[in-house]
Design a protein around this ligand. Sequence first.
Ligand SMILES: *[C@@H]1O[C@H](CO)[C@@H](O)[C@H](O)[C@H]1NC(C)=O
Ligand SMILES: *[C@@H]1O[C@H](CO)[C@@H](O)[C@H](O)[C@H]1NC(C)=O
Ligand SMILES: *[C@@H]1O[C@H](CO)[C@@H](O)[C@H](O)[C@H]1NC(C)=O
Length: 285
Amino acid sequence: MKSDYSLIKQLHQSRCMIKIFITISMTILFYLIFLLRPLFDYYSYKELKLQKQNKSLDRTLGFDHIYVINLDYRMDRRKRLDDIASYLGLDFKYFPAISKDDVQTLNRYGSADMNPSAKACYLSHYYIYKLMVAENYNSALILEDDADFELNITDIMTDIHRDLPASWEVLYVGHCFESVGEQVGKSSSVHRLYKSVSPMCLHAYAISYSAVHKLIELLDPVIPRGSVDYSLKVLIDEGKISSYSVHPQPIVQWKATDNPSDITNSIPLSFSLLNSTSRFLGYKQ
Ligand SMILES: *[C@@H]1O[C@H](CO)[C@@H](O)[C@H](O)[C@H]1NC(C)=O
Ligand SMILES: *[C@@H]1O[C@H](CO)[C@@H](O)[C@H](O)[C@H]1NC(C)=O
Ligand SMILES: *[C@@H]1O[C@H](CO)[C@@H](O)[C@H](O)[C@H]1NC(C)=O
């Protein structure tokens, strides 16, 4: 009887031990999960960010976003760009350009002596800077709607991003009348990265988060120094903005012979592409 009792007692004790053991391990497990959860989240977040980065390098050439300044009535240009975008697998977000006939908007521009199309162009670029901040992008490529691309623009930009310093502010993928500066990086590709030397034209340039805030302040259209590309060039010359350029330019304006440009001042460009996407798709240059 006594031995029976001690057996039951022993059994009861070991059951208690098991219960306590289970309770303690469940508690430890619970806290482990609770503590490690942020770590799991962090890794899945990193993975997500990586996927996003890959996606953006593929479809937006390594920038967060691509804006195209489009004059609404230029449906011919829109059609050509749509074709280019779908062939190259790029995402373009069209931004309706300020019209040179939109007197009310143009009146918000300062007193610099400029023709209405130059003012409209200035404001179009400026409004994109504001939009980029509102839409919370860290970087954006800004194109005018007469842009033409090297067929392998994605490969070219993959190379360029490898050399682009993290502190970049402006990157001229296209430009005009610019001499070649000091090379940045050791790339031996055809298209290489250089420090900018008084670049002109804004048919294809990228801006970073830190640049966009400076540009909003320093390029305020109420205090213009001239056309928008000239004003930006002055800021670069003065060392207020750090800028890089790609040579030879892989994004150009197609020759505006039968299609006179509305946005820029129709600067005649002699630059041509090695293998034009627009020509490849059957468009007349
Ligand atoms: C992103 O691209 C890199 C290199 O192209 C690749 O190694 C990586 O696995 C890709 N990441 C994802 C999440 O697809
Ligand atoms: C892009 O294509 C051109 C020929 O059109 C070639 O010379 C160049 O090496 C290519 N660049 C890259 C990065 O593939
Ligand atoms: C341009 O690229 C296409 C597609 O890769 C190729 O078929 C064509 O021969 C190239 N043209 C020139 C002039 O290099």
